[in-house]
Design a protein around this ligand. Sequence first.
Ligand code: SAM
Length: 244
Amino acid sequence: MAEWFVSWFESEEYLNVYKHRDEKEARQLVESIISITNIKNKSKILDLACGAGRHSIEFAKKGFLLTAVDLSENLLNNAKGNAINAEVSIDFIRADIRDFCIDNKFDLALNLFTSFGYFESDEENFKVFKTAYNHLNKNGFFVFDYFNKKHLEENLIPNSSLRIEGGEIIQKRRIENGRVIKNIIIKKNGYEKHFKESVKIYSLDEIKSILEMTKFKVKDIYGSFDKSKFDENISDRIIILAEK
Ligand SMILES: C[S@@+](CC[C@H](N)C(=O)[O-])C[C@H]1O[C@@H](n2cnc3c(N)ncnc32)[C@H](O)[C@@H]1O
């Protein structure tokens, strides 16, 4: 059986469940990233796990040069269509971010919206930091966006349901063995489909120490897409600015 992140992100349903994670939200984070990195126009950016391309497209619209990588053929096809509609040119590559390697260096690498912690072993999970590091120019930046462990643990909603045309989406969440597990049940027009997410929960200290072991310098930590400073008690996100 395929691993959960292959079946789920390859499915038609993923973009429906995360409809609210849209261009508007991406635009806000992109503005924040430009402001915290001070990155110059026409700089080269590598988006690791680009999904349907919402951040890459916003950057490309602003004149940055994008290479965007993802494993999901379905999401990459969506991304390509979105880029055409937005009249931007992006180099999309289908690859696994654990062992992605091209002969090109970038000024900024991204791993956004919890595209991390999917694999069983820590070693595999942390490979994406190495991928980012290896593809950066000296003094290039890495922006990493993940959930805040404390906020997640205190605010987990065990069950939720969303009405959609012809049915409903049910989501059941729990924390088990250091991972946040979500079961997604889609009932639509008489059929029922089941998907799963399983993401390893890392603390900020764990992430920081692995970034530093990868030789990154952690420059700053933000707590939301609007670049407010990280506060463990209130922030929902951990957004790390690291430099090679
Ligand atoms: C939560 S989505 C985020 C997508 C995008 N960054 C966004 O903000 O919309 C996670 C993405 O990681 C991709 N992904 C999962 N495992 C991957 C892997 N091993 N290599 C490359 N991409 C992967 C999925 O296909 C999906 O597009």
